[in-house]
Design a protein around this ligand. Structure first.
Ligand code: HEC
Ligand code: HEC
Length: 304
């Protein structure tokens, strides 16, 4: 059978009973591209969520440069060193044999299929707030990255944190499985900013002060951290005029998130460089505006 119109004409004239078949073929030709592009659209949206959530920095080894999402990135913390796992679709070393339900369980509940729990070095206490569509799109995207047969490395933690079960105590105190709920008293822009900051960008994991047990002090959201997990100082980004970023305009904040530039012409450093590079620099202007509006509306806090 040829795929020219002439060929079809001949085919149909010779065999009118096949008209239905021809119509089905033609129908499929119209429908299939739509299906394909629906999936492509989900992958595209998932790639955006992936960037807004900063997965790549933690799950890709920096030095020496590792394979995309193959894990092995070392995270220094007061509890010891974590080595992030491989999250590529490799069936043996990655998450290739996971179902979407397994993924949701990890992201929202911080649990594995076998019931064991994840350390909060995996910021699921923030990701638990993600909405259904974003989780689904993120999963669709993750299935498309190249599988990497790279084995995971055990964490190297001090007692009692080396006993995975100890995480249950932290969870009892500080983890709550939750979904983001819009605040009807605020506008759409503020709500979008709150979602981007709290659920996806997990900005509070670094910028919110922690108590001795490593729990976030939610009453002082984004007020800065003198003792970040890596031992460094993280800025107060509430609108305090001196201690925070109260003197910054909306476009100053957007500028920093776009390319790391500070209002005084310098560039941001430390862990924020990677947040900008892998994450916020890829966001739409609308989303950056939303984050800036949300930060400007935070309660003023002098910081810890
Ligand atoms: C701040 C670093 C960090 C970020 C950001 C991060 N992760 Fe992780 N992730 C970890 C660590 C550490 C673990 C291992 C936790 C453990 O062993 O208990 C982990 C575990 C996981 C697991 C479980 C893998 C397994 O084999 O059990 C999945 C899935 C995962 N992360 C996906 C993601 C996705 C998707 C994103 C972005 C939305 C993300 N992570 C962002 C640090 C991070
Ligand atoms: C991995 C930790 C980490 C995460 C996650 C993070 N930040 Fe930062 N951020 C930092 C550090 C560290 C600094 C200070 C950098 C320096 O010393 O130059 C900083 C600086 C900043 C500054 C500049 C403050 C100033 O006074 O110069 C802003 C604004 C900011 N972050 C916003 C955000 C937003 C918004 C998010 C979420 C999208 C975010 N950060 C996520 C670690 C982080």
């Amino acid at each position: 059978m040829t795929f020219s119109f002439g060929g079809y004409g001949f085919f149909l004239k010779k065999n009118p009973m096949k008209l239905c078949f021809a119509l089905v073929v033609a129908g499929a030709a119209i429908i299939f591209p739509t299906f394909a592009s629906a999936n492509e659209q989900a992958v595209g949206r998932g790639a955006y969520i992936f960037k807004a959530s900063g997965c790549v920095g933690c799950h890709t080894r920096a030095k020496p440069k590792g394979k995309f999402l193959a894990g092995g990135r070392r995270m220094e913390t007061p509890f010891g060193q974590f080595y992030t796992p491989n999250i590529t679709p490799d069936p043996q070393h990655g998450i290739g044999n996971w179902t979407f339900a397994d993924f949701v369980l990890a992201m929202r509940e911080g649990k594995r299929r076998d019931g064991s729990v994840y350390y909060p070095a995996f910021p699921y206490a923030s990701y638990t707030n993600m909405n259904d569509t974003d989780l689904r799109d993120l999963w669709t995207y993750l299935r498309t990255v190249p599988a990497q047969p790279e084995p995971n490395r055990e964490h190297d933690l001090i007692f009692p944190f080396n006993v995975r079960y100890s995480v249950h105590f932290w969870r009892m105190l500080y983890f709550e499985s939750a979904r983001f709920v819009s605040d009807p008293k605020r506008g759409a822009t503020w709500n979008r900013g709150a979602y981007l900051t709290r659920a996806l960008g997990h900005c509070g994991e670094c910028h919110t002060p922690r108590n001795l047990l490593g729990g976030l002090d939610k009453t002082r959201e984004l007020a800065g951290n003198k003792n970040a997990p890596d031992g460094k100082r993280v800025s107060n980004i509430t609108p305090h005029p001196k201690k925070g970023i109260g003197s910054w305009s909306i476009s100053d904040i957007k500028g920093l998130l776009q390319d790391g530039s500070l209002p005084d012409g310098d560039f941001v450093g430390g862990a924020m460089t990677e947040v900008v590079e892998n994450g916020t620099s890829h966001l739409t202007d609308e989303d950056l505006q939303a984050i800036a509006v949300f930060l400007k509306a935070l309660p003023v806090d002098v910081g810890p």
